[in-house]
Write a protein that binds this ligand. Structure first.
Ligand SMILES: Cc1cc2nc3c(=O)[nH]c(=O)nc-3n(C[C@H](O)[C@H](O)[C@H](O)COP(=O)(O)OP(=O)(O)OC[C@H]3O[C@@H](n4cnc5c(N)ncnc54)[C@H](O)[C@@H]3O)c2cc1C
Ligand code: SF4
Ligand code: SF4
Length: 436
């Protein structure tokens, strides 16, 4: 199909913020180009279990929006694609180069049947399951992927030809080449979200050294209906953990690693997971080591109180070190703040690290003749955070969701709609001459 080369708005990143902004603009009649670097849209929300504080199923909320964005007449979706260069020519006039990476699968022909995945002999670590299981070199990113189409990972493919022979739709196409698209857009929304703090930067918490230490994102995958193991099992031996500990603020409020800010989501997602674990493993004990609990949103304090009442132990304690004993259990040594800072230790079957959110602002490097300012930590700077949180330092370029700083899903959606509204006002004034 021939690609149009002019759009009202380019949205970079198709997590929940990018999708929401695209739907709002598309519904209002603006032509949107939504560019996602991964093989599926949905961002982190599509991989979560449930959402705090209502415990609604995350994928049940995300998938209708993902499908709506993929089928919207005013939204053109480019997955597995990256923006390479943006030049501002004038108000409401940007030239953009986009790299469409080869999937080696014909998107129109592929039916998402998964036969290529079944027959492919190569198994590598699955990045969408946060390395808790393998995927094939021919793969569909995850169960609820949109588009639900295969990708051939040529870096790991051994060119055995099985997928090509067995695909009933003859969709495998090893002749595909990278393609560069050149488009013109009137405005841009950056919705590239956040990265997760790498827990190996705080080696004392044991990630990588103790087998039964995992991250909260891995726990969300274990608890999700689309989970990889079908149960919460500990990595070392597949046993059901009966004593589980959370360590909060891993990589947040931590000047040692250069992240002085609060990641805003970790207290609440840990409290959410504690409740979900009590449902999945009714006999398990959950303890949460915290510095402060920040339950600032609507219904959050009540959710926290409810979790305490259900039996989760909250220990105000600074964890000093995490070690593995001979059975692979995890020994947590900590200062008990409620006992005058006394040094204590306790043993758990599984430890979960509530890793913080990190800026993901590399995209600003592709803007050639304008400078998108970052704040002191590296998030996209909101130049007018009180009056208009969607504006960046460049007129016509807006920001939505966690690209501007860590936040939860409802706040990401509100900011996405704010960015969409600002985009419309900007285009009306500078492109369509409809100044109020
Ligand atoms: C363990 C965990 C549990 C959580 N639980 C909850 C919860 O229960 N309730 C809640 O409200 N919030 C929760 N959150 C927070 C939630 O994940 C975020 O609020 C939400 O994902 C923000 O959406 P976003 O679209 O801004 O960013 P993201 O989800 O990070 O999406 C960004 C998208 O942009 C794409 N992208 C990045 N760079 C580029 C690029 N250069 N070009 C093209 N595409 C790009 C990414 O691939 C991704 O698809 C949780 C977070 C974590 C880590
Ligand atoms: S490439 Fe072929 S075998 Fe693989 S999912 Fe698509 S249609 Fe099925
Ligand atoms: S050709 Fe590559 S992707 Fe296809 S089945 Fe063989 S190893 Fe897997």
């Amino acid at each position: 199909m021939k690609q149009a080369n002019e759009y009202d708005v380019l949205i970079i990143g198709a997590g929940i913020a990018g999708i929401e902004a695209a739907l709002t603009l598309g519904d209002a009649g603006y032509r949107v180009l939504l560019v996602e670097k991964e093989g599926s849209i949905g961002g982190k929300m599509a991989l979560l279990s449930k959402t705090f504080p209502t415990l609604d199923c995350a994928s049940c909320i995300a998938t209708p929006k993902m499908a709506a964005a993929a089928h919207h007449p005013n939204i053109t979706l480019l997955t597995y694609s990256e923006v390479q260069e943006v030049v501002k020519n004038g108000e409401a006039d940007f030239s953009v180069k986009i790299l469409k990476k080869p999937r080696y699968v014909d998107l129109d022909a592929c039916t998402g049947c998964g036969i290529c995945e079944t027959v492919c002999p190569v198994i590598v670590s699955d990045e969408f399951q946060y390395d808790m299981r393998g995927r094939k070199a021919a793969y569909i990113p995850f169960d609820i992927a949109v588009p639900k189409k295969a990708i051939i990972d040529l870096d790991n493919c051994i060119l055995c030809g099985s997928c090509e022979r067995e695909c009933p739709a003859s969709a495998i196409d090893f002749t595909q080449e990278p393609e560069t698209l050149e488009v013109k857009v009137g405005a841009i929304i950056i919705a590239t979200g956040f990265k997760l703090f790498s827990p190996t930067l705080r080696p004392e918490f044991g990630y990588g050294r103790c087998k039964n230490v995992i991250t909260a994102m891995q726990m969300d995958r274990l608890l999700a209906p689309t989970r990889p193991y079908n149960s919460v099992l500990r990595p070392l031996d597949g046993k059901e953990p009966m004593r589980i500990a959370y360590i909060l603020c891993v990589g947040s409020r931590d000047r040692k690693v250069g992240n002085p800010y609060c990641s805003q989501i970790c207290c609440m997602y840990s409290i959410k997971q504690a409740q979900l674990i009590m449902g999945a493993l009714p006999l398990a004990d959950v303890a949460i080591f915290y510095i402060d609990i920040r339950a600032f949103g609507k219904g959050f304090e009540e959710f926290f109180n409810q979790t305490q009442a259900m039996g989760t132990m909250f220990i105000k304690g600074r964890v000093i070190v995490v070690e593995e004993d001979k059975e692979g259990n995890v020994v947590v040594k900590y200062e008990d703040m409620d006992d005058g800072g006394r040094l204590k230790e306790d043993t758990f079957d599984l430890v979960v690290l509530a890793v913080g959110a990190m800026p993901n602002s590399d995209i600003t490097k592709v803007f050639k003749n304008v400078k998108i300012e970052l704040d002191e930590v590296g998030w996209i700077k909101q130049v007018d955070p009180n009056n208009n949180p969607a504006t960046t330092s460049v007129p016509g370029i807006f920001v939505a969701g966690c690209a501007a700083g860590p936040k939860d899903i409802p706040d990401s959606i509100v900011e996405a709609d704010a960015a969409a509204a600002q985009c419309m006002a900007y285009l009306n004034e500078h492109k369509y001459g409809r100044k109020r």
